[in-house]
Design a protein around this ligand. Sequence first.
Ligand code: NAD
Length: 353
Amino acid sequence: MTLFDSPAFEGHESVQAFHDEKTGLRTIIAVHSTVRGPAAGGCRMWPYPSSEAALEDVLRLSRAMSYKNAMADLELGGGKSVIIGDSRTEKSPALFEAFGRAVEQVGGRYWAAEDVGTSPADMVHARKATRFIAGLDGHRAASGDPSPVTAEGVFRGLVLAARRTFGGGLDGLTVAIQGVGHVGGFLAGKLHAAGAKLVISDVNAEASNAVAAATGAKVVEPDVIFDAPAEVFAPCALGGAITLATLERLKVKVVAGGANNQIASPEAGRVLFDKGLLYAPDYVINGGGITNVASEIRALDRSEAFDPAWVETKLARLMQTLDEVFDRSIDERRPTHVVADEMARARITAARG
Ligand code: NAD
């Protein structure tokens, strides 16, 4: 893969790779845009099969953060980092301290937080080496784990999409959730409390069994989730759940979930729309977590305490934005994700002045 020619590169400001010999850290930090403010986005730890796969992933995720932060109306640009490694066996405090040193070298143009494979506990070690880490517990500006706020945004967005499609609440509807980790697990609890029936899958049986015990959800094998008789599909695992093949199998009318990069290809995006499914664009509906993180960055910059009311105001505004995306998609007869991309780019361009 050549860097500048990659479709995922799309105007990145910087892409830096760091290696720490002592801890074995290999990390890539991508800053897509700082036009709206310093770039902010999570740090993903994953056993990528190659450095090319890691690079491709960080570029796609970083650009998506620019769009996500713009749609959440945050004064932040977009960036992301990946650590190449197995989060179950290769984590250590020293590794995350080395990651913190890498973030420090980016000089405040990138703020990191947790993502798939990393946790607030890991980021505590990173913070020893840099102040540009958010999503932590234990200080007055701290916003804690963003996952419950992400799940709250996904829940509200899912309710909005379901109301538009089925004309009522969640009572009696079945939601199929792929992946019940942090976001999917919290989402399952909220959907259950709102009266939805649940079908869930997770490659980690411990996670799916725990959620099933708490919510009465039916557990199915990971590959079978696409065939589940359900009204709503909520992808909450990794990216790429919506493919031409899975679209053949999905019986739902709404796709609304927390995962990033849900649509695997432009063709899949087109078919999703042509089949008449209502898709809540991933980076819009899952913007609650970064909003929570943004509140911490804001509080740290102003030496203030964490302000949950600010988060709630932004979350309510995010749902209005999602509603606007749905409206424009109907008016313009264009897919929701195409409309959202255009709105995000317009917001970034407007900030450039
Ligand atoms: P997580 O690691 O806690 O949960 C992901 C779950 O998906 C895990 O339990 C994992 O075992 C499961 N999984 C992986 N592959 C699967 C498959 N093929 N089928 C079924 N289950 C599978 O991560 P998370 O923090 O809950 O994040 C989930 C998704 O939401 C990711 O795409 C992440 O980028 C996105 N996201 C998370 C946040 C947040 O606040 N945590 C914010 C925005 C977006």
